[in-house]
Design a protein around this ligand. Sequence first.
Ligand SMILES: [Zn+2]
Length: 179
Amino acid sequence: MLGSQELADLVQQMVDTMRAAPGVGLAAPQIGIPLRVIVLEDRPEYIAADAAAADKQRLPFEPLVIVNPSLRPLSDEGARFFEGCLSVPGYQALVERYTAVECSGVTPEGQPLTLAAHGWQARILQHEVDHLQGILYVDRMISRSFAARGAGTRLPADVPRPGPCSCCHPIDQVAAAKA
Ligand SMILES: [Zn+2]
């Protein structure tokens, strides 16, 4: 399988699917393929459109393909940010993730690969590796932060946008949801 045209074709299909969504990561089980393969990519234009990109430590990187990835946190430090998923369209929630992880696996050609990831790249890796174990972000989310993406966008411009309510959410979460 490693080094095969079949795997190369699957990887291309996954990258195409991720970009068409558009998204920053995809795991093979999300398109019905029961293999431990993930792809991830963050692009300058996505980052430019994200007002919170600096807080998220979001930096562009070329498509990364990892077969049989495993993760190890590089410290106990975590961060909470809103996260969505192509398999749960239309929603988002706050998820706490490690801010730095080491990822080990192999390339589609079978070469061993190890990388240290920080910030948003570390979050994407944790999200995608979770998919390989049947875990979705909704299994890890802070459930009271779960909200529709773009809620209230069809309302007239002069009425307040509904979002996470300030009665049960700390004010900073409400501000983050509106960002
Ligand atoms: Zn996902």
